[in-house]
Structure formats: C-alpha cells, structure tokens
Design a protein around this ligand. Structure first.
Ligand SMILES: [Zn+2]
Length: 110
C-alpha cells in the first residue's frame, strides 16, 4: 500500500529554485512532530534568499494529538530544567562536603 505521504517522504522533490527539498520536522504547537519539506537554503526563521517552497509530508495532526504532544513537550522541558537544577545542587553539595571533610581533618589533626 502506498500513500501520498510516503511518496513525499522518499521521492526526490525539487523546490522552486531547483534544489532537492529537505525533510524537516515541525515543533510548533499547532504541528508538533509533523514533517515537511522545504528549500534547503531556507533557514530556521524562513528568511534568507530561499524560495518559498513548502509542503507537508505527514497528514495534519489529529486534534487530540495536537493537544497531548505540546503538553508532553512542556513536561519534558520542565523535567530537563529540574534535572539541571538538581545537578547544580549536587555540585554545591559536593563542594560543601569537601570543605566539611577538610575542616574535620584539620580539627582531628589540630
Ligand atoms: Zn529553493
């Protein structure tokens, strides 16, 4: 079985300026994880001298997934921030532990 979307995925598609359109993944709230093809010279902001070629590869995100995925991404980002905070805290604890150990050694030896 072949679908339109598989065809867009595997076939070499040329953009308006004759380059092979590159496959990218959207991470916007409206289209999380939805793949599209666009001009290879187009930068993240969509500016530059790129042509305006753009075509979706994946079908539209269903309403439910469109609600769930951004929520999951937000949770993931929050978790990453928590991990970064914990790492920082454990570094500080490590430094404190070192000083306490040094103080104790000085007390014992002094
Ligand atoms: Zn182009």
């Amino acid at each position: 079985m072949s679908s339109c979307s598989e065809d867009l995925l595997t076939r070499d598609i040329q953009c308006y300026c004759g380059r092979t359109a590159v496959l990218k993944t959207s991470w916007t709230n409206n289209n999380p994880g939805r793949r599209f093809r666009t001009c290879s010279t187009r930068n993240e902001r969509g500016g530059g001298n790129a042509c305006q070629f753009f075509t979706w590869v994946d079908p539209p995100i269903c309403a439910r997934a469109g609600v769930i995925i951004p929520g999951l991404l937000r949770k993931l980002r929050k978790r990453d921030e928590e991990i970064a905070g914990l790492k920082k805290r454990s570094q500080i604890m490590g430094v404190l532990l070192f000083f306490v150990t040094v103080m104790l050694l000085l007390l014992v030896m002094g």
